[in-house]
Design a protein around this ligand. Structure first.
Ligand code: NDP
Length: 321
């Protein structure tokens, strides 16, 4: 038993060392500026970030603006969003604010009409808005509906509304969905126990919106009648993990649907895990800063010679779903 504990500690130490090494590599990569021939974007390039008034979303808006893109910082609360945008505008960055609640269709429609009229469309969409009621090891499902609606339906609402607005662009338009490793289908510690369901959700060729919605709805029903604990759902942050399983599956589904678009009209859609980030969502208990958590979103948004779609990333590398 003592041996096992030592082995486990060794494994943890090694994982910690690997994480730290990658963190240093990324910090180095971030210090290398994009060269002129890599920069397919300009101040005419329009990036929209949801839930950008704070946390990772604010940092994504900040770093995209630092790269010279025009950023539309959105937030459901007007006053806080305007304040956040002002901070970046005062730093000389091209950032504009617009109200956007990803769960309110009227707000989405108003936003889309405004962006079409003022900018002709969107080049980069970052679906960052999210919610998790539990902090640490808590696992209440009291707010399961809000968690799933915000993370999954909010992302879906925005993808559906934005696709017709994505601008033709030789480098390809980009959609980045902020997800989480907690939503991995084949995570060792935290996964759906039904092998057949996992396989169906993993199969990019046959996955459907109906399957994703049916999976989520089954969980929500069980969350309401109390039977969810025996449902074979992920054990850790159950509602949140499932919301991100759904985001990941939906990312692959949309990538498949968009795959046949002609050159010049390509839209690349991917998802990523920002790591465990020090934000309000984690009670500021994460391992990395919001700047670091934003990095892979910026990398995916600006990647020159982009050909990748329907994949899952973390720390600028592809990871398994
Ligand atoms: P925060 O709680 O700091 O920020 C969440 C943001 O989402 C806020 O701006 C919030 O707005 C916004 N939001 C919530 N609901 C809506 C809505 N209906 N419409 C528009 N905006 C909304 O969290 P983080 O910055 O940590 O999280 C950002 C993303 O990163 C989320 O998708 C999260 O799941 C993901 N993530 C975070 C991790 C972490 O360790 N922090 C780990 C893995 C993934 P308001 O201020 O009005 O509430």
């Amino acid at each position: 038993m003592a041996d096992l504990t030592e082995k486990q500690m060794d494994k943890r130490e090694r994982a910690k060392e690997r994480r730290e090494k990658r963190r240093q590599e990324i910090s180095l990569l971030r210090s290398i500026p994009y060269s002129e021939h890599q920069r397919w974007w300009s101040a005419e390039t329009i990036a929209v970030v949801t839930g950008a008034n704070r946390g990772i979303g604010f940092e994504i808006a900040h770093q995209l603006a630092l790269q010279g893109v025009t950023v539309v910082l959105t937030s459901r609360e007007i006053a806080v969003g305007e304040e956040s945008a002002k901070v970046l505008q005062e730093g000389g960055l091209k950032v504009v604010f617009h109200q956007l609640d990803v769960l309110d269709q009227e707000s989405i429609d108003t936003f889309c009409a405004w962006i079409k009229e003022n900018y002709g469309g969107i080049d980069i969409l970052i679906n960052n808005a999210g919610f998790n009621h539990n902090v640490g090891s808590e696992n209440s499902v009291e707010f399961a509906e809000k968690v799933i609606k915000t993370n999954y339906n909010g992302t879906k609402n925005m993808v559906k509304a934005a696709i017709p607005l994505m601008k033709p662009n030789a480098a390809g338009a980009r959609i980045v969905n902020v997800s989480s490793r907690l939503g991995r289908l084949n995570g060792r510690k935290n996964r759906i126990s039904d092998d057949a369901l996992r396989q169906k959700l993993e199969d990019a060729d046959s996955i459907s919106e109906e399957l994703i919605d049916a999976t989520i709805n089954k969980f929500l029903e069980q969350a309401k009648d109390g039977s969810w604990t025996d449902g074979g759902w992920p054990q850790n942050n159950t509602d949140y993990s499932l919301s991100k399983v759904a985001v990941n599956a939906y990312t692959r589904l949309v990538a498949r649907e968009l795959a046949d678009r002609p050159e010049g009209e390509k839209i690349f859609i991917n998802c990523y895990c920002p790591g465990w980030v020090k934000t309000a969502m984690t009670g500021w208990a994460g391992q990395v800063t919001p700047e670091e958590g934003a990095d892979t979103a910026i990398w995916l948004s600006l990647l020159p010679d982009m050909r990748i779609s329907g994949k899952f990333f973390a720390e600028r590398r592809e990871i398994h779903f």
